[in-house]
Design a protein around this ligand. Structure first.
Ligand code: MD0
Ligand code: SF4
Length: 353
């Protein structure tokens, strides 16, 4: 009901966001704690307006190449944590990765996201030369922008990767509560993980930050993570719901309500009007696409070609072999949605960068 203080407060905050003035923590929390469906719709509408202002009708798409699922770490939420015997372990060689990337490029993605666990082969044995070589060949063969999500790489490797042609560095903190961080990224150092993002930005990378929902965080924690995205001046900020994984400490957690992620996406947009925000297919597959775009997301991520032998991170198999993680499926969903959105051209994306 408008006229109540709650209604006035909402209106005040949304107007402020639409003027692109930074929201403070309590305003962010107010947005994140709204439960009423009509109010939520109003918030999504404001988020879409901001997306439209900065991206028009264009939606972007990233190919996802999870080329090594080996990892030395033991994140409590992750299917691929080192001690999990139940997860599919593989490591694709350069020629396979290039082949998959070429097929993604032909299909029309705007970027290739090269993702790996903190694979001991790179971190402990051979070093990063192979990855650096992969980046430079991928760049010259496809001409596409490249994101790397290789874990917390050493500083000196970062600049080599940048020089080889990587444009983006993605490294998710998951939470900015130190307490929770300890439980999630077991044995890892909060400050060092944060530092590497700053270092990457200084090196010249575009940077992505991410938060994980449904691990016991409060709305205040979520607000803090969103404000950190602002403070770090990230170029891409994501929220993804926990998908409880078998063989992990969080296996028995319940999944957060779907609206929680949508509300968080919208709140990220209100606080960071011009950044990329993923609508990841890795949580609910293709059926999750339109709701995320309606909440203000701007880029479809986790596109995985069938028969590539590649897995997703949160949903290892979901929709991959059926083609649901392909651009054709995305185009079709966009056309049916009535949202007046279309896939961008590569040139549009490069201009945005
Ligand atoms: C995604 N599963 O895009 C991927 C992943 C890593 N840079 C991205 C979390 O949803
Ligand atoms: Fe390794 Fe990344 Fe999984 Fe953590 S989230 S266990 S670093 S693959």
């Amino acid at each position: 009901k408008s006229g109540t203080t709650g209604g006035q407060k909402l209106e005040y905050i949304l107007k402020k966001a639409l003027r692109q003035e930074p929201l403070n923590k309590s305003e962010m929390e107010f947005i994140l704690t709204r439960r009423d469906n009509e109010v939520r719709k109003q918030i999504f509408r404001a988020a879409r307006r901001l997306r439209k202002r900065h991206f028009g009708r264009k939606i972007f798409a990233y190919g996802f190449v999870y080329f090594s699922t080996h990892c030395r770490n033991s994140c409590s939420f992750c299917f691929y944590r080192s001690s999990n015997q139940q997860s599919p372990r593989y490591r694709k060689d350069k020629s396979e990765v290039l082949k998959i990337a070429r097929s993604l490029a032909e299909a029309g993605v705007h970027l290739i996201d090269l993702t790996m666990g903190e694979d001991p082969r790179y971190y402990e044995k051979n070093g990063f030369e192979e990855l650096i070589e992969l980046v430079s060949e991928l760049k010259s063969e496809t001409g596409l922008p490249i994101m790397i999500s290789p874990g917390r790489v050493p500083d000196k490797e970062l600049s080599k990767l940048f020089k080889a042609g990587a444009d983006w560095y993605a490294c998710y903190q998951e939470t900015h509560s130190r307490e929770l961080f300890k439980n999630l990224r077991t044995g890892q150092d909060y400050d060092r993980r944060l530092q590497v993002k700053k270092q990457a930005a200084e090196t010249g990378f575009l940077i992505e930050e991410g938060m994980l929902l449904g691990t016991g965080e409060t709305c205040a924690d979520r607000a803090r993570s969103i404000l950190m995205m602002q403070k770090l001046e990230v170029d891409q900020g994501r929220a993804m719901s926990l998908v409880p994984q078998k063989g992990t400490p969080l296996a028995e957690n319940s999944e957060p309500e779907r609206n929680e992620e949508l509300m968080t996406i919208a709140a990220i947009r209100l606080a960071n009007p011009d950044i990329q925000i993923p609508a990841s297919l890795d949580v609910e597959g293709i059926k999750g696409l339109i709701p995320r775009l309606k909440a203000g997301a701007s880029v479809v991520t986790s596109l995985i070609p069938p028969a590539s032998g590649l897995k997703g991170v949160s949903s290892a198999e979901l929709d991959i072999e059926g083609g649901g993680r392909g651009l054709k499926a995305v185009r079709q969903k966009l056309a049916e949605s009535g949202l007046d959105l279309e896939l961008a051209e590569l040139e549009d994306y490069k201009k945005w960068m």
